[in-house]
Ligand binder design. Structure first.
Ligand SMILES: Nc1nc2c(ncn2[C@@H]2O[C@H](COP(=O)(O)OP(=O)(O)O)[C@@H](O)[C@H]2O)c(=O)[nH]1
Ligand SMILES: [Mg+2]
Length: 344
C-alpha cells in the first residue's frame, strides 16, 4: 500500500496521469472513502481518498509494481510512504528505492552527482562484500564503510557547526560575514538573540548549518538568557564542528564553556575575531588564551578573522570544509547509505 499526501496546490488528476479510471475528474471529485478501481501501467490498482489531500493506492503486483508507481509519483515531485508490501522487497529493489529517496533529498549538485553515480550496481556489490564469507573481503568493506559513512550521511543532511563564545565577541557578526561571502545560502531561520539562529551555507559543494548561540556567561539572573546558555551548552554535544569565537584583543574563556569543551570530541576552531583592532605586536604575539586550551582533548586550531572587514573568513571556511571532509570522495566509490547499511 502506498500512502500519498498532496500539498494544497497539487492537482490529483495530473499527478496520477498513469492511473486509468473512468475519467480523470473521477479522481479529483471522489468523496472520502469512495473506492476507485483502475489500472496503472497495466497494473490493477485500487485508490481511496482517505482525507482531503490524502490517498491510499493499493496494488497486487508486489514490490516492483509499487516501486514503479512510486517512481512515477516521484517524477511528479511527490514523496510517498510505502507501507506493508515494502517488507517483501529484494535487496536490489531496496537499494534502488533508498538511492532514489536519497537522491530526492540532495540539496547540492555535487551530492546529487555522487548519488546518481551509485545507480550502476556498485551498492549491491558492496552489500555482497559486507556479507562475504571471506574475512578479507568483509573486513575491507567494513573499513570502507567506516571511512565514508559520514560523507554518505551528509549528502542529505548538513554538517552542524556550532558558533559559541562569550556575549559580544562577534558571533552573530561572524555568521553575517560568512553569509555575505557565501552566495549559496540556502535558508536562514530568524530568531531572537536568545534562540539558536541557523544559517545553511554551501562550501565546496557540501552543506553546512551554522548555528548561532546565545553567549555563554555565568552569573546571569535573566531567565531567557539562562535558557539560551543551557541550549548553547547542550548544542556542543550535538554538533559536528565547533567554532569557539573569542575577542582577539582579550581572549578569556568562560569556565562553564571551558568545562563543557573539555568533554567534547568534536573538532574545535578557535576563531580570534576583531583582528582589525589589533596592534601589530598583538597580531604576532602568542594568543593569551592558548594555554587554557591545553586541557581540551578535541582536535583544535586557531584562525584569525575580522567579521568587520572579512579578513580570514575564507580561511575559516577552508577549515570547516576540510575538517568535515578531509578526503573528497571519488565518483567511482560506493557510498554506504545508513538507510541501507547502518552505522559502524
Ligand atoms: N572592530 C570589530 N568589531 C566587531 C567585529 N565583529 C563584531 N564586532 C562588534 O562587536 C559587537 C558585538 O557583536 P555581535 O556580533 O553582536 O556579538 P555576539 O554577542 O557574540 O553575537 C558589535 O558592536 C559588533 O559590531 C570585528 O571583527 N571587528
Ligand atoms: Mg549574537
Amino acid at each position: 500500500m502506498i500512502e500519498l499526501q498532496l500539498n494544497g496546490q497539487a492537482d490529483i488528476a495530473s499527478v496520477m496521469q498513469g492511473f486509468q479510471v473512468g475519467s480523470p475528474c473521477a479522481l479529483a471529485e471522489a468523496p472520502q472513502g469512495r473506492i476507485l478501481f483502475g489500472s496503472w501501467s497495466g497494473e490493477d490498482v485500487v485508490i481511496v481518498r482517505t482525507a482531503e489531500c490524502c490517498w491510499e493506492i493499493n496494488c497486487h503486483g508486489g514490490t516492483i509494481a509499487v516501486h514503479r508507481i512510486c517512481r512515477d509519483l516521484a517524477a511528479a515531485g511527490l514523496q510517498t510512504d510505502i507501507q506493508g508490501s515494502a517488507s517483501s522487497e529484494t535487496l536490489e529493489e531496496k537499494i534502488e528505492r533508498v538511492t532514489n529517496e536519497v537522491l530526492l533529498k540532495c540539496r547540492t549538485r555535487k551530492a546529487a552527482g555522487l548519488v546518481l553515480a551509485q545507480q550502476d550496481g556498485r551498492l549491491l556489490k558492496f552489500a555482497e562484500d559486507l556479507q562475504s564469507e571471506s574475512d578479507d573481503r568483509s573486513r575491507s568493506a567494513r573499513q570502507h564503510q567506516k571511512r565514508w559513512q559520514s560523507v554518505a550521511q551528509h549528502l542529505t543532511r548538513p554538517w552542524r557547526v556550532a558558533i559559541v563564545g562569550e556575549p559580544n565577541v562577534g558571533k552573530s557578526s561572524l555568521i553575517n560575514a560568512i553569509a555575505g561571502l557565501q552566495r549559496s545560502i540556502v535558508s536562514a531561520t530568524p530568531g531572537t538573540t536568545r534562540d539558536l539562529v541557523e544559517v545553511d551555507i554551501v562550501v565546496r559543494g557540501w552543506m553546512f548549518r551554522l548555528i548561532d548561540t546565545a553567549g555563554v556567561r555565568t552569573g546571569s539572573d535573566s531567565l531567557p538568557e539562562q535558557l539560551g546558555i543551557v541550549q548553547s551548552l547542550a548544542l556542543l554535544g550535538d554538533c559536528d564542528l565547533i567554532c569557539l569565537v573569542v575577542d582577539a584583543s582579550g581572549g578569556r574563556f568562560e569556565s562553564a564553556l571551558m568545562d563543557r569543551l573539555k568533554k567534547v570530541e568534536v573538532p574545535i576552531c578557535v576563531v580570534r575575531n576583531k583582528c582589525d583592532i589589533l596592534s601589530d605586536s598583538e597580531k604576532t604575539g602568542v594568543p593569551l588564551f592558548a594555554s587554557s586550551l591545553d586541557s581540551v582533548n578535541a582536535m583544535k586550531c586557531i584562525v584569525d578573522v575580522s567579521a568587520k572587514t572579512g579578513f580570514g573568513i575564507s580561511g575559516l571556511l577552508t577549515w570547516i570544509a576540510e575538517t568535515a571532509v578531509p578526503e573528497e570522495p571519488r565518483t567511482e566509490i560506493a557510498l554506504p547509505f545508513v538507510e541501507l547499511f547502518g552505522v559502524v
